[in-house]
Ligand binder design. Sequence first.
Ligand SMILES: [Zn+2]
Length: 76
Amino acid sequence: MPLLDWHGAQHCDHTGPRPCALCGKPTPLRSHDGEPAHKVCAEDWNDHHPDAPRHLHKGHDRGTVRFHSDAPKKES
Ligand SMILES: [Zn+2]
């Protein structure tokens, strides 16, 4: 499983840490979808759900398949 490249500044939200969607601990990192997540947590999730779409809590569908390295979408 390739590691994610979240080193770009776009993956770090300067508004401050938010609870990781996967482990609940604070993280400044954001996924491609703007979802708070640690890089290691996202890689671990990818490892264990190789073909699954991402579903967040309460069945809300993030509309994405796995975590990847794209920069987060801009919220407007
Ligand atoms: Zn985490």
